[in-house]
Design a protein around this ligand. Structure first.
Ligand code: HEM
Length: 544
């Protein structure tokens, strides 16, 4: 039969495909949000672990966690309003993770709970033995958690999320040269170039305004860090890349707004306005990166460039073509989309984190002006009138180094890092744990434990680092702003170099204090950020 010129056989097939799709979606949703978490929860309950009851409809504890955090924020704001900035409290656990103390009181040292839909997690305690066992794991027993939220932003197979150990090793081998000394010299140069442009503008503004100027630098910091992160990854393709990264920004906001999705394919199946916008932003972002890649390939084909370049994109393009980084050669070649995902992940990992760390450094230097003077003096003694130009010079700046270490202890940009049990038959601290169980760590507690850091753990004291890690803390596994074990941050040396270059240039050009309008409210976004900006009162040292 023919209806409106279409054969019914075709319509029937279409209907059948649609029905299969709907059944698949429902089954997937049931498996991910009901079956798997309940299986994990049953296992843990049988082993004697308790925790807060899950809400009936969402099967998680997100609602009560939200309420608990709102109450904690209110209490924090009340306390801060009374004490002002004269005493910055670094006791952030009651503000950021107030639930842990409550739950521990009710359910014991270790408990299980579901902070978001579809994931049962254990709070196993933030002791270094757990860090060694789980973060230090070199097998596939504990791996990166399955999170559609992160998948959507970075791509599941990208460095940072990839689960397959051979593929992960290949990706680390590929990016490693970028973080070696030779390339780090370029990092120092690029960071310095971008920072000096910014500083000159700021100097002009400050000088024109008279003596000293109160300014919120949070917007400037985000743009500056974004700029040199883009230059590090895309080199001379900076202009075109910047356009694409506007889509990245939009994508992040939209994905947060949507609150995640049970399965990425549902974005296509449910064409709501938000889903369509997410798909559009992701596509535009990918298209932009692909165009830059194509441009490079074209230049090499035409002989305008001898290689794909030594920036991050160039290194990855070369590896994709030559199969570099593969020891066994048994892995499939990277597709164009794989390369796009790698680039997205590296960009994501590099800019929010550095921007957050630089913000906290300026806030703390503006508060502890005695340390600002001490670092300024050290810079003059080491460099004279010059500025940092070599990586080597950073090694002689002890006070600056101590200040950075202490800032990252109390204000780690990524305070919470998660893992998931990926195999059957795994034990955690000698106890069997089921596949699919999430494991939470947070450095807010870990970096403040008095038994590891001493009775002054809640105080900001850079001098605790005077004798290195061993002098500061009783256990080397207790300091992890860059993570721990095989999956430790690939860019940690680069990030530390960038931060030191930024701080040293800023201190050489400005004398500054935290503005009296500053309100101390560390807030979780993609990283931990100052909730009310970075307002400083700035005075230029060298007038333009
Ligand atoms: C202050 C700045 C930074 C901080 C605090 C930081 C922190 C971290 C942490 C805690 C992890 C471990 C995550 C986990 O174990 O699940 C990580 C991983 C990673 N970071 Fe960073 N990061 C910073 C800057 C950078 C920069 C500049 C890059 C360079 C592109 C970078 C690239 C990466 C990559 C690729 C991974 C994944 C490593 C893997 O899974 O093998 N990070 N980072």
């Amino acid at each position: 039969m023919i209806i409106y010129g279409i054969r019914t056989g075709f319509l029937e097939s279409l209907l059948a495909i649609f029905t299969i799709f709907v059944i698949w979606s429902v089954l997937t949703a049931v498996r991910l949000t009901l079956w798997n978490p309940l299986k994990v929860l049953r296992f843990m309950r049988k082993r004697g672990y308790s925790g807060p009851p899950l809400s009936i409809f969402k099967l998680d504890n997100s609602h009560e966690l939200d309420l608990c955090r709102q109450r904690a924020k209110q209490a924090w704001n009340d306390r801060t309003a009374k004490s002002g900035i004269a005493t910055l409290s670094h006791d952030l656990a009651p503000l950021l993770y107030p639930e842990f103390k409550e739950y521990q009181k009710q359910y014991g040292e270790r408990f299980v709970y579901a902070p978001e839909r579809g994931s049962i997690k254990i709070w196993a305690g933030n002791k270094p033995d757990v860090i060694r066992e789980v973060w230090g794991c070199k097998t596939g027993a504990f791996g990166k958690p399955s999170s559609t939220f992160a998948d959507e932003l970075l791509g599941r197979n990208s460095l940072g999320l990839v689960v397959n150990l051979d593929e992960w090793a290949r990706q680390r081998r590929v990016v490693r040269p970028h973080f070696y000394e030779g390339q780090l010299k370029d990092t120092v140069r690029r960071t310095k170039e971008s920072a000096l442009l910014w500083i000159r503008n700021l100097e002009e503004k400050v000088t024109q305004s008279g003596d000293s100027l109160p300014l919120d630098l949070s917007g400037d910091i985000a743009s500056l860090v974004k700029e040199f992160s883009v230059r590090t990854i895309f080199g001379n393709d900076f202009e075109s890349a910047q356009k694409g990264l506007e889509h990245e920004q939009k994508l992040k906001i939209l994905v947060i707004q949507s609150g995640g999705v049970i399965h990425p394919l549902l974005r296509y199946i449910l064409p709501t306005r938000l889903n369509r916008e997410i798909l559009k932003a992701r596509k535009l972002y990918s298209v932009c990166i692909k165009q830059i890649m194509e441009g490079r390939k074209e230049s090499v084909r035409k002989g305008n460039m001898v290689s794909y370049g030594d920036d991050m994109l160039g290194i990855i393009l070369t590896a994709a073509e030559t199969g570099e980084g593969q020891k066994t050669g048994s892995l499939p070649k990277w597709t164009e989309q794989d390369i796009v995902d790698q680039i997205r992940a590296l960009f994501f990992a590099s800019h929010d984190t550095v921007s957050s760390a630089f913000s906290w450094l300026l806030i703390l230097l503006g508060h502890h002006t005695e340390w600002q003077e001490r670092i300024r003096k050290e810079l003059t003694e080491t460099l004279g009138e010059d500025q940092i130009s070599e990586l080597e010079q950073l090694r002689h700046l002890n006070s600056l180094n101590m200040f950075v270490l202490e800032t990252l202890r109390l204000y780690p940009p990524f305070p919470q890092v998660n893992r998931e049990v990926h195999e059957d038959g795994v034990t955690l601290l000698g106890d069997p744990v089921p596949k699919g169980l999430g494991i939470n760590f947070d450095m807010i507690h870990l970096h403040r434990l008095p038994e590891l850091w001493g009775d002054d753990a809640l105080e900001f004291k850079p001098e605790r680092w005077a004798k290195g890690m061993k002098g500061a803390c009783v256990d080397t596994a207790a300091y992890n702003p860059f993570g721990y074990g095989p999956r430790v941050c690939a860019g940690q040396t680069q990030a530390q170099a960038q931060l030191k270059v930024l701080v040293s240039l800023f201190i050489q050009h400005f004398r500054f204090q935290l503005s009296p309008s500053y309100i101390h409210l560390p807030t979780m976004s993609f990283s931990m950020v100052p909730g009310h900006g970075v307002p400083l009162v700035i005075e230029a040292i060298t007038k333009v």
